[in-house]
Design a protein around this ligand. Structure first.
Ligand code: ADE
Length: 242
């Protein structure tokens, strides 16, 4: 997976991504990161990239030309590759795990990070394929949302997680929340680890964990149980009886 990020703050993307599991994946070449500073494509002698909005109003707007030029150079560098270009914006579709799964199958992804009051609509019309939001709140720029998306996507790329970190059983597997986890010691502040987890009885432990997932999902995210295609008859009976 090759991530290409068009941004005014490449150091923010680089330092965020060169850390922990994604940092390890960059080092061993499982994923690649290419940050492109939009300011380098300014045609202005003062390297300006923003200007006042036509029609008036608060704030500044990023100009179309530097964004479009940065993207065109990327296309020239990677002739023959086709890119999905994701623009991070609170006006986009809200990012979900299933979107991460779909995007993880791409060879290349381009993230376009805006600042100020956004980017001139013409640059967006020329290059953007997907408008994505990470939630219903407004941030100061697209860099943190790009990092959030890249992290969620990278961990689904084969070989990024090792066996111990496997994505197979985490929250949202089967569209359910994860069961509670415990580690040593067996007792902490008078609270004991549930006996079943110490029993060594694998089938019973699996059943208990499934039940905990169902309860937790019902309590915290009941919306995930509506039309959930992964619920078995046994799951439905458990939910009805408890
Ligand atoms: N830019 C500013 N706020 C955002 C959000 N919530 N999601 C994606 N991009 C953004």
């Amino acid at each position: 997976m090759n991530f290409h990020v068009l941004t005014l703050f490449p150091e923010m993307i680089e330092s965020g991504f060169h850390t922990s599991i994604t940092g390890r994946a960059l080092e061993n070449g499982t994923i690649a990161l290419d940050t492109i500073n939009i300011r380098d494509y300014s045609a202005n002698k003062h390297m300006r990239v923003d200007d006042y909005p036509y029609g008036g109003g608060a704030g500044m707007v990023m100009q179309a030309e530097p964004v479009h030029r940065a993207y065109k150079e990327l296309c020239e560098k990677y002739i023959g590759r086709s890119f999905r270009v994701i623009y991070l914006t609170p006006q986009g579709s809200v990012f979900t795990q299933s979107m991460a799964e779909e995007l993880a199958r791409e060879e290349d992804l381009v993230f376009l990070c805006g600042h100020y009051e956004g980017i001139d609509e013409r640059a967006l019309e020329l290059i953007v394929t997907d408008y994505i939001s990470i939630g219903d709140y407004v941030l100061t720029g697209g860099e943190l949302p790009a990092l959030v998306m890249m992290d969620a996507i990278a961990r689904l790329v084969p070989q990024v997680l090792n066996n111990k970190e496997s994505a197979q059983f985490d929250s949202f597997h089967d569209n359910l929340l994860e069961y509670p986890q415990y580690t040593r010691p067996e007792e902490y502040m008078g609270m004991r680890v549930p006996e079943i987890l110490l029993s060594g009885h694998h089938a019973k432990i699996e059943e208990w964990r499934r039940q905990q997932s169902l309860r937790r999902t019902r309590e915290r995210r009941p919306d995930l149980l509506q039309n959930n295609p992964y619920l078995t008859e046994k799951d439905k009976r458990y939910l009805q009886d408890t």
